[in-house]
Design a protein. Structure first.
Length: 289
């Protein structure tokens, strides 16, 4: 009599156990990163478009700094004013990566019909979003590295200041990944949120002091700026790139603590909200995602 084979078993492996097995966080990050890098390689014009955008921004502010003057606690003109703007552009590369990559991933998965698959499998969705940011960050190194080297040589920053600028960018990236995941949840709940998110990004960019010193804003607006990690990132980059000739909003050591605290706080918020949205979507039905 032939041996009875369970339909739930293949090569002695219980498929019911496999389907419930949690995939390690790092494995999800690596797999997602590699997947997105392969996709990015197929669409190189997107990367070229991003590079052109950065070049246009740099050229615009180079021209603008030749006839604009910032008068405040620290007077900035010419080269120093250009360095002021370069710091914003440098952090903008990473902030744009961290804030847009998770939402773009949600939008793409909604369009391709793969979101239900992702949300019905035992993987960390947070790891999935981190992987999308890692892939975008790697491709954007083609933009960040030249811009970073240009700013360092143009400003004449020391080795210590160069390292500090890079660490500020890295810490801000970690913080902004969490913010990007929170924003991507809007895409899960409302689907078409491109216009809303575009307004938010412009709001973040100007409120955090990308192009104007936060210290010169009205007090009421400053308080809103203080809850954005960008604000402290811009401030620290300018402090180091201007050879410490910049009046920071708070003592430098305190700003580092604030930036690190934001990384922790926003990560916790994103984890909590992601879990709540997952439960809501599964309760209402994955077809409603």
């Amino acid at each position: 009599m032939p041996e009875k084979i369970s339909v739930n078993t293949v090569d002695g492996i219980n498929l019911s156990d496999v389907s419930c097995r949690k995939v390690p966080f790092i494995d999800v990050v690596i797999a997602t990163t590699l997947k997105d890098l392969r996709i990015a390689r197929r669409y190189l014009p997107n990367l070229l478009g991003d590079i052109v955008q950065i070049v246009i921004r740099i050229l615009f502010f180079l021209l603008f700094s030749n006839f604009a003057v910032y008068t405040g606690p620290t007077n900035l003109t010419g080269n120093e004013l250009f360095i002021f703007f370069l710091g914003a552009i440098l952090l903008w590369v990473f902030s744009n990566t961290a804030l847009t990559a998770p939402l773009n991933s949600v939008t793409s998965d909604l369009y391709n019909g793969t979101l239900e698959y992702l949300y019905s499998n035992p993987i960390s969705r947070y790891a999935y979003y981190v992987g999308t940011v890692c892939a975008k960050a790697i491709t954007n190194l083609a933009i960040f590295i030249p811009a970073f080297i240009f700013m360092i040589f143009y400003s004449g920053a020391s080795l210590a200041d160069t390292v500090n600028v890079f660490l500020v960018c890295l810490t801000a990236l970690i913080t902004l990944i969490a913010m990007g995941i929170v924003i991507s949840l809007l895409g899960l709940l409302w689907r078409q949120v491109g216009s809303i998110v575009g307004v938010l990004f412009i709001f973040f960019e100007f409120l955090a002091g990308a192009y104007f010193p936060v210290g010169q804003y009205p007090k009421a607006i400053q308080y809103f700026a203080y809850v954005l990690p960008h604000t402290w990132g811009y401030d620290l980059i300018r402090y180091y790139s201007l050879k410490n000739n910049w009046d920071t909003l708070a003592p430098v050591s305190v700003e580092w603590i604030i930036l690190g605290a934001f990384a922790l706080i926003y990560t916790m918020i994103s984890l909590i909200l992601l879990n709540k949205v997952e439960k809501l979507s599964k309760k209402q039905g994955l077809n409603l995602i």
